[in-house]
Design a protein around this ligand. Structure first.
Ligand SMILES: *Cc1c(COP(=O)(O)O)cnc(C)c1O
Length: 355
């Protein structure tokens, strides 16, 4: 039996890797900051920087010049505080309990106040600098425009006044309606800074930029609007390794439920990535891996921890070799039907993440 005090030896290198190209990340941020015009770009780093690893992403963005970082949950604050000063962090969900308000006070991280209830909790905790979200037509988070005159709102020390665009990735009248409502809120509510645009909103033009922008997806290789085509660089590069190579005899079935049948003797490799890693079953029939510039297609159904590829075109491929998983975000979205956001945030905890 293993005794409790027995030391676990160092882990061998991960057989599933996620390389984050921090130089490309910085280039994406600089592009978005420049497109923000007179406004400065912050960065949405919620959900572990969209699945890519906040401990690599946030320091790179900060070194590039980003000074406003957004997470959703209070639980995301400690890992971000390890690399970003508290006054540059805001928590989008705001304080829902007194304990969360106290945590905000104690850490010096700003809550984004979303409701009169949250305003009261924050003031009860002693108040201090906070952000305020107004709802301008998304009906998700934020105070209503009719609540702007509430006395609790009047007592807040507002650093940044926010609203969020519901359809910035489309050319629809809703954008201009939200812009007009936000301009009205910006007149009525005193705040140091104003912020409306997410990634897609940045492409809507100077009117939408205000003082601060909050890009997320386009930092990480997503293309939410055509204006970003050719401008956004891929930054997430998953790699997996071969666990086993076999020749599947003609007529044999491949993978769960035998949905594919070898038409002739077929050299196949089983690789260490599956739906538990975010490589979902919708990649079945669409996935591609690359070894030394040769594209190798997924065959059979994606399973939890494994996928099978036809590696006939790569006779040099050996067990233990690493392959690139083709993961250009817009192309992957087109291939699978998953949103660009889901493709990034779904990348699981078994990836060894590195810069
Ligand atoms: C997630 C989020 C963003 C970033 O949006 P992208 O579409 O990823 O650029 C900006 N603002 C708020 C309030 C968000 O929740």
């Amino acid at each position: 039996m293993m005794s409790a005090d027995r030391e676990i030896p160092p882990l061998p290198p991960a057989s599933l890797r996620l390389k984050v190209d921090t130089a490309a990340l910085v280039a994406n941020w600089c592009m978005l900051d420049a497109m923000s015009g007179s406004a400065s770009a912050g960065a949405a780093v919620k959900a572990d920087a969209y699945g890519l690893g906040v401990e690599q992403v946030a320091p790179a963005l900060r070194a590039a010049g980003a000074r406003q970082f957004f997470v959703a949950h209070w639980s995301e604050v400690p890992s971000l505080l390890a690399c970003v000063p508290a006054e540059e962090i805001a928590v989008l969900h705001g304080p829902v309990t007194a304990a969360e308000a106290a945590f905000g006070k104690d850490t010096g991280v700003r809550p984004v106040i979303n409701s009169l209830h949250q305003a009261a909790l924050w003031l009860d905790a002693g108040g201090g600098p906070c952000d305020l979200m107004v709802d301008t037509g998304m009906s998700r988070l934020g105070i209503a425009l009719e609540e702007m005159g509430n006395e609790a709102i009047g007592r807040l020390a507002i650093h940044t006044l926010h609203s969020h665009l519901a359809s910035a990735d489309e050319d629809v009248p809703q954008n201009a309606i939200q812009l007009a409502r936000f301009a009205q809120a910006a007149k009525a509510i005193p705040a140091q800074y104003r912020s409306l645009a997410n990634s897609a909103g940045i492409a809507l033009g100077a009117d939408y930029a205000f003082d601060r922008t909050r890009p997320g997806i386009a930092l990480y290789g997503g293309v939410p609007r055509r204006e970003f085509t050719e401008k956004v660089k891929q930054i997430a590069f998953p790699q997996t390794s071969v666990i086993q190579i076999r020749t599947v005899a003609a007529g044999e079935r491949i993978g769960y439920n035998g949905i594919d049948i070898a038409q002739h003797d077929m050299r196949c490799a089983t690789v260490a990535i599956g739906y538990a890693d975010g490589y979902l079953r919708c990649w079945t029939g669409h996935g591609q891996l690359r070894f030394a510039e040769v594209i190798l297609p997924v065959v059979g159904r994606i399973s939890m921890d494994l996928a099978i590829i036809n590696c006939a075109a790569a006779p040099d491929l050996r067990e233990g070799d690493f392959l690139d998983v083709c993961y250009d975000i817009p192309a992957a979205s087109a291939a699978t039907g998953l949103s660009q956001y889901e493709l990034l945030t779904g990348l699981g905890s078994r990836f060894g993440r590195s810069g």
